[in-house]
Design a protein around this ligand. Structure first.
Ligand code: IMP
Ligand code: MG
Length: 183
């Protein structure tokens, strides 16, 4: 117990059973459209739990993807974007000629995913597709016209936490997606 950290009141948007069912559907969709030799690039940190669930669901459908992580930062602690995307850790895999699926937790302004797609496509990948767990129903940033090829759920314009997503590096462990109710 830590009495310096009061438990926040969290409104659940997507529960764990609902998430698990949706992951199975997404894996069905992806498995029919991609080859066994897929390269999956989860964007850290937020997509690590989504990636862990999705790649195991893909395994159940006969895929044997390579997985390499791209660590990008656009949101630094807090809830607003800095507008700039930095590479904190690049992938090690040569993507030339590959079928690549980029995973992210949330598509919001589109800056993070746009950056990742341009990076991978610029290295001559044969095919670059994107899959986000949540697609936030907001306007993308100006000049960014990007939709994900696959998404888990459409999400209202709220700051969400859980299932890998954080507020100042907390709450990633929550098995559901929720938002903190302001008191
Ligand atoms: P974008 O670059 O604005 O599309 O934002 C995408 C990134 O911002 C994601 O990779 C998330 O890590 C982070 N992000 C956006 N909205 C939220 C949120 O509601 N909760 C937690 N992280 C978020
Ligand atoms: Mg984040």
């Amino acid at each position: 117990m830590n009495d310096l950290l009061p438990e926040p009141e969290i409104d659940i948007l997507f529960g764990s059973a609902q998430i698990a069912a949706r992951i199975e559907e997404l894996a069905d969709e992806i498995a029919t459209r991609h080859t066994r030799d897929l390269l999956i690039v989860p964007i850290l940190k937020g997509s690590f739990i989504f990636a862990a669930d999705l790649i195991r669901a893909l395994h159940d459908r006969g895929l044997s993807p390579q997985v390499d992580f791209l660590f990008l930062a656009s949101y630094h602690d807090g809830t607003t974007s800095s507008g700039k995307v930095d590479i904190l850790r690049d992938i090690e895999t040569d993507v030339a000629g590959r079928d690549v699926l980029i995973l992210d937790d949330i598509l919001e302004s589109g800056r993070t995913l746009r950056f990742a797609v341009d990076l991978i496509a610029g290295r001559k990948a044969e095919r670059v597709k994107t899959c986000v767990f949540l697609d936030k129903e907001v306007l993308r940033a100006p000049h960014i016209d990007l939709e994900a090829d696959y998404y888990g759920f459409k999400c209202p314009d709220l700051f969400v936490i859980g299932y890998g997503m954080d507020l100042a590096q907390r709450y990633r462990e929550l098995p559901f997606v929720g938002h903190i109710v302001k008191k």
